[in-house]
Design a protein around this ligand. Structure first.
Ligand code: NDP
Length: 468
């Protein structure tokens, strides 16, 4: 069984303790992740702080080229990384699985390399000028979750490195191995200390957020943990970008064509087995279309093969971990006990692994836990409505505000609905298609700040105004 190492200052660092990382399809150990001590964390922060002295003054074109080389490394090693990702995360190699995630990681790195933050001239006349410059912050602490470990790591580290910061990255203990391997490979094209990775026990994230040598935290995970990150970052006044959970609603308008939208609705909800922050988690449909939409979704679900992600025919894999699996079972059973109809799925298959089939649930409404809570799994509740205004206010009656969607044959009408949804991104006739040039972030309890695009890059900088 392979023991993985921390990467600190460009070197692999062995630890005395390790954690087993399990394959959720087989419950067998994939490899052992190192447990960092406090001294390891200090060493990683020191290495990043030392590297920052040189990296922060490297010419912009060189930093762009370095981020392009990161994209090249991801491409050249994508098959190895995809297989390791599948073995620890569970998602299939095929479909919208590991290979897709690696393509996304490469695309995001490549696009990030193209964005510029030029000096802005705020004022200029015969008496002088006022210029706005962007400067890197220092050491960035990146804390990533288990749903898209590699792509989210790149979402954090590419803009940080591009803008002249250095990074200490901490992946989730459920899925640390592919991140460690990717960091090892990226260190072949980055100066020592620019990118470090530490893994360990559950208190490591908090220690990173409290660490006085770190100037910013970028965190993707649950809203509950996001609040803790913000509290822990307060003492040292760190900048934070928080991309947190969502309970995204989709609203089908009465003029939509069920057979045309079924595939988009299905993948909006079931991408990555629903373990996606901006997935469709509540679907509001008009009474007149309810049965047709349910039938179209069930028919599409019947064609999607679930199995071990290493099997090239699998399109959906297992749920990533036991905690999440238990949560999904609990929410579906709660809905069933309250009279909901399980149109497909809803039973745990025999055998090992955290498999749960794509499940469509009807006769549910607001007030059911399955609707009110973020299920973060392969389940979609379909909720009837008779008044569009009422559907919009129910969609907005949530603490979360990450994404939303409107489905209609009339784009202008859909945009009118979109404008009334309380969320950071709204998609028309799809759900969750993030793009590397479009800022992405939540309102309400779904986060603070944005990632991607120029606005996302700016979050890794401070402003210095030069008056002359
Ligand atoms: P968490 O939010 O707890 O974990 C995400 C990351 O944060 C992990 O690396 C975790 O590491 C770290 N972390 C945990 N506690 C702290 C802390 N106090 N300070 C700093 N970092 C910390 O997610 P879970 O894995 O527990 O999943 C719980 C729920 O979160 C899911 O059911 C889902 O609803 C939601 N979620 C949302 C995601 C998104 O993309 N927005 C992604 C994953 C989950 P460690 O475990 O070692 O503490």
């Amino acid at each position: 069984m392979a023991d993985y190492k921390l990467v600190i200052g460009g070197e692999g660092v062995t630890t005395s303790d390790h954690l087993d990382v399990k394959n959720p399809a087989t419950e067998q150990v994939v490899g052992r992740c190192p447990i960092a001590t406090d001294e390891h964390l200090d060493a990683a922060v020191d290495a990043a702080a030392t590297a920052f002295l040189a990296w922060s003054v490297v010419p912009d074109e060189e930093r762009k080229a370095a981020v392009c080389r990161m994209a090249d490394v991801i491409r050249e090693n994508s098959e190895e990384l995809a297989e390791l990702l599948t073995r620890e995360q569970g998602k299939p190699l095929n479909g919208l699985g590991s290979r897709f995630e690696l393509q996304g990681a490469e695309a995001w790195a490549r696009h990030t390399a193209t964005i510029d933050l030029p000096v802005e001239i705020l004022h200029q006349d015969e008496s002088g000028s006022v210029e706005l410059h962007r400067k890197p912050l220092g050491v960035v602490g990146s804390i990533t979750p288990w749903n898209f470990p590699l792509m989210i790591a790149i979402w954090h580290i590419a803009p940080a490195i591009r803008t002249g910061n250095t990074v200490v990255l901490k992946p989730s203990p459920y899925t640390p191995l592919s991140t460690i391997r990717m960091v090892e490979l990226l260190n072949e094209v980055l100066p020592a200390g620019v990118l470090n990775v530490v893994t360990g026990r559950d208190d490591l994230g908090q220690k990173i957020t409290e660490h006085a040598g770190i100037q910013k935290i970028v965190f993707t995970g649950s809203s509950a943990t996001g609040k803790k990150v913000m509290q822990a970052a307060a003492d040292t006044l760190k900048r934070v970008t928080l991309e947190l959970g969502g309970n995204d609603a989709g609203i089908v308008l009465p003029d939509a064509n069920p057979s045309e939208i079924a595939e988009g609705l299905f993948w909006g909800a079931f991408i990555n087995n629903g373990q996606t922050c901006a997935a469709l988690k509540r679907l509001y449909v008009p009474d007149a279309l309810h049965d047709e939409i349910c039938a179209a979704l069930v028919e599409y679900a019947s064609k999607v093969q679930m199995g071990d992600g290493l099997d090239e025919t699998s399109i959906l894999g297992p749920i990533q971990n036991k905690m999440q699996f238990d949560k999904v079972v609990e929410l579906v059973e709660d809905a069933r006990a309250r009279g909901a109809r399980i149109l497909c799925g809803g039973t745990v298959p025999e055998g090992s692994g955290y498999f749960y089939p794509a499940t469509i649930v009807a006769d549910v409404s607001d007030g059911f836990r399955l609707v009110d809570e973020e299920q973060f799994g392969p389940v979609l509740p379909v909720i009837r409505y008779s008044s569009l205004d009422d559907a919009i206010s129910r969609a907005n009656a949530s603490e979360s505000g990450l994404g939303g969607s409107a489905w209609s044959s009339d784009i202008d009408r859909a945009k009118q609905v979109a404008s009334q949804l309380e969320c950071g991104s709204v998609w028309i006739n799809n759900h969750g298609m993030v793009k590397p040039f479009a800022p992405f972030g939540g309102v309400k309890a779904s986060g603070i700040g944005v990632e991607f695009g120029r606005q996302g890059l700016e979050e890794y900088t401070s402003i210095q105004v030069v008056h002359s």
